[in-house]
Design a protein around this ligand. Structure first.
Ligand code: BGC
Length: 466
């Protein structure tokens, strides 16, 4: 996806955007990334709410698992369906619609009278989460000038982790009264922010306007953060890039993903999408309080300790943002998978030999730190960098959908599996996946830092021997 000033460097740089224009762009970016915040909040809040819901609605392990994972199932469908809607309605209107679905899903979950209404509310929330996870990154990319696009894009993963942390804090506040409905209800506030900003604050994406032939509106929008002359040049360049990209896309259509030349990128995208989830991250994010409770702590204490996990997730994502353009993607991924493998091995051991809960918590915190510095953010960065221009949107949509599918599988079977073969043994499976992720990254994942697509592609070709 190209940004405002996606011009080849050889044509000379565009003038600096004035401070007032930059402030406007950052305001838009933060408001769009509220979609990422809700992704984090709605996936995180259930961990604490579940401790009380399971008693109120008398849920067995499978039903508890399904309350968590039905959101993920909805997200898969939402991600898959949002691509066409984004093109038909435009990015701004689709985001507003997603905010509305967030609101309705929240209301149904908050006022649910039993298992099935709760499932319906969570399914709607899932549709909104999935659609926004696929809408937010391209929208962010399209409103940002090239120079700050990397930072603007990482705002998404940052807001996901902020959303998770806020969810844990909200859980803590409401845990005293066992008020799980209150926990879920808080999500209505950011959902409302999305609806209001889509209606009155956010601009449409300039690329979408141009694709519809609305050159005047696109020019006005870009001029509102720069000046008329710059706007003319940007529009002219965006037009040219779009028509260059359209050629191969028309020829290949969706089948472009099947082309031989795209195969290495597709394998990297899909394997990393699956590995991010099968290494067990969301068993900790979604079930931390449940896991901690099983080490012998009370529900409120378990929620309190899970905040440590949310904090470290956020803090280490900030570290990743600082390091990603310096150390490179591969270094972060290798360290990350390595730490995750070792800590999952230890966590399994802690459960098998019955170590005390503080130690188990410390190991979980280390595991999260390992994840957040690499596998978490780098996946979302790489799927924007490894696909050729004509397969970029379809390639990253396919990777996003596989990410949600793997997430679904893990969150559905985690509790029953842990019940059947034991928690410790289940964590060992995640250790094996992390070790496999390490080896895969070592062998097949290209470095993308400071490289244009041609260099990334030849690195991938060499790694795959094609
Ligand atoms: C993943 C989510 C996960 C989150 C944790 C994201 O990159 O896609 O599944 O819950 O990271 O921070």
């Amino acid at each position: 996806m190209q940004g405002f000033s996606s011009a080849p460097v050889s044509e000379g740089p565009l003038p600096e955007i004035p401070a007032s224009g930059m402030r406007k762009i950052w305001t838009w970016a933060v408001l769009i990334a509220v979609g990422g915040f809700l992704f984090g909040f709605d996936t995180g809040v259930i961990s604490g709410a579940l401790l009380f819901i399971k008693h109120d609605f008398d849920l067995n392990d499978f039903e508890q698992g399904s309350v968590v994972s039905v959101l993920v199932l909805g997200a898969m469908a939402g991600a898959l369906g949002s691509g066409r809607l984004a093109d038909r309605l435009g990015r701004r209107r689709l985001l507003g619609l997603e905010g509305l679905v967030f609101l309705i899903g929240t209301a149904i979950a908050v006022f649910s009278t039993g298992y099935w209404t709760l499932i319906l509310g969570r399914l709607l929330l899932g549709l909104a989460v999935g659609a926004s996870s696929a809408t937010v990154p391209p929208y962010l990319s399209e409103i940002s000038p090239t120079r700050i696009r990397g930072r603007v894009l990482t705002l998404n993963q940052l807001m996901i982790t902020v959303g998770i942390l806020v969810a844990y804090l909200v859980n803590l506040v409401f845990a005293g009264g066992g008020d799980w409905r209150g926990m879920i209800a808080v999500g209505a506030v950011p959902a409302l922010v999305i609806v209001v900003s889509a209606l009155w604050v956010l601009p449409e994406s300039p690329q979408w306007l141009l694709a519809r032939g609305e050159h005047g509106r696109a020019r006005d929008l870009i001029a509102s953060v720069s000046d008329r002359d710059t706007a003319d040049r940007v529009v002219e360049r965006l037009d040219r890039t779009a028509s260059e990209a359209r050629g191969p896309r028309r020829a290949g259509g969706r089948h472009v993903l099947l082309a031989r030349r795209v195969r290495p990128a597709l394998i990297v995208g899909l394997v990393l999408a699956a590995a991010q989830q099968f290494a067990g991250i969301n068993t900790i994010i979604y079930y931390a309080p449940t896991i901690i409770e099983r080490t012998g702590l009370t529900a409120s204490n378990a929620i309190f300790y899970s905040i440590a996990i949310g904090l470290i997730n956020l803090a280490m994502t900030l570290v990743a943002i600082r390091l990603i353009d310096r150390a490179g993607r591969r270094a972060l991924l290798l360290v990350s998978f390595g730490v995750m493998a070792v800590t999952m091995l230890l966590l399994g051991l802690a459960f098998v030999v019955g170590l005390n809960s503080v130690l188990a918590l410390a190991i979980m915190v280390l595991y999260i730190a390992g994840y957040a510095v690499g596998v978490g953010p780098v996946f979302w960065t790489l799927i924007g960098e490894i696909f050729p221009p004509d397969a970029k949107s379809t390639g990253s949509a396919a990777s996003t959908a596989v990410n949600w599918a793997a997430n679904f599988a893990v969150s559905l079977v985690f509790l029953p599996l842990a019940g059947a073969i034991g928690e410790g043994q289940t964590f060992w499976i995640f250790a094996v996946v992390s070790a496999a992720g390490f080896l895969f990254a070592l062998r097949y994942i290209p470095e993308t830092k400071d490289r244009d697509f041609g260099e990334v592609e030849s690195d991938m070709r060499a790694r795959f021997g094609t």
